[in-house]
Ligand binder design. Sequence first.
Ligand code: ADP
Length: 263
Amino acid sequence: GDLDVNVPVQSKDEYGKVIQTFNDMTLRLREAEDARRRLVADVAHELRTPLSIMQLKLENVQQTGQDVPPEMLLRLHDEVIRLSLLVEDLHVLSLAEAGRLSLDCKLLDLSARLERIVDDVKMEAEENGLELRFYSNTRPIMVMADVRRITQVFINLLTNAIRYTPEGGKISVLMEEKVLDRNAAYTCISVIDTGIGIPSEELGYLFDRFYRVEKARSRNTGGTGLGLSIAHHFVRAHGGFIHVVSESEQGTTFNVYLPLGKC
Ligand code: ADP
C-alpha cells in the first residue's frame, strides 16, 4: 500500500537523520493503520452473529405471517440489549485506547464503595450457588477516583468471577493498604475465585479486546469479550495496574493496584 515506503539511509548527516525520522514515522503510521483495520474486522465479526440471529427470526415471522410469539420478542430484545452493551463498551474502549478517556475524580472511600458493589452482586452470586464475601482490615481507604469507572472495573471482575466459577464455589474480595515503593503508596484489591482458572499460556492475552480463553463457551455466557480490556484501561487511567494469578481448575485472582490519593 501507500505506506510501504522505506527510504535507504545512506549518510549519517542531517539528511540521513531526516530520512531515518521519515522511515520511523511511516512505520508508526503503518502500525496504527494495521490496528485500525484489525479493530474494524473484530467489530464486524462480533456484530455479525447477533444481527444474523435477529434477521433470521424476523424473516421467519414474515414468512409464516403469524403473530410474533412473546418468547421470540424476548429473545430479540435480549439480542438488541447485547448489541447496545457491545456498542457502549466499544465506544468507551476506543476513547481509552486513544488516551482520551475523561475521568471525573473525587476523593472516595474505596472500602465503603466496594462493600456496596459486593452487596449489589451478592444476589446474582447466590443465584448461581456461589458464596461471595468482602474482607477489609483497614478502613476507610481513600483514593482519588472516578466512582463510575472504578465501579465498572469491579463489576466486570466480579461478573467474570461469577461466570467462570462452578456452583458451590467461593468468591472473595480482599482489600488492603500496601506500600510498594518509596514514593508510591497503593491499595491492593483482590478478587479471588475458586473457578475454572486460566491456563498460564493464555494469561498474556487476557487483556486484549475480544480475547476469550474458550471461544464457544464464553460467547454463551453473555459477555462482550471487552470486560477485561476496559478494566485494564480504566485502572491504568487512574495510575494503577492489574496483576493476575491463575491456575487451571483451581481458580483465579485479579489484584488491582490503585494509588492512594492520586488520579
Ligand atoms: P467476556 O465478556 O468473554 O467475559 P472478558 O474480557 O471479561 O470477556 O474476559 C476475557 C476472557 O477471560 C473470558 O472470555 C474468559 O475466558 C477469561 N476469564 C476472565 N475472567 C475469568 C475468571 N475469573 N476465571 C476464568 N476465566 C476468566
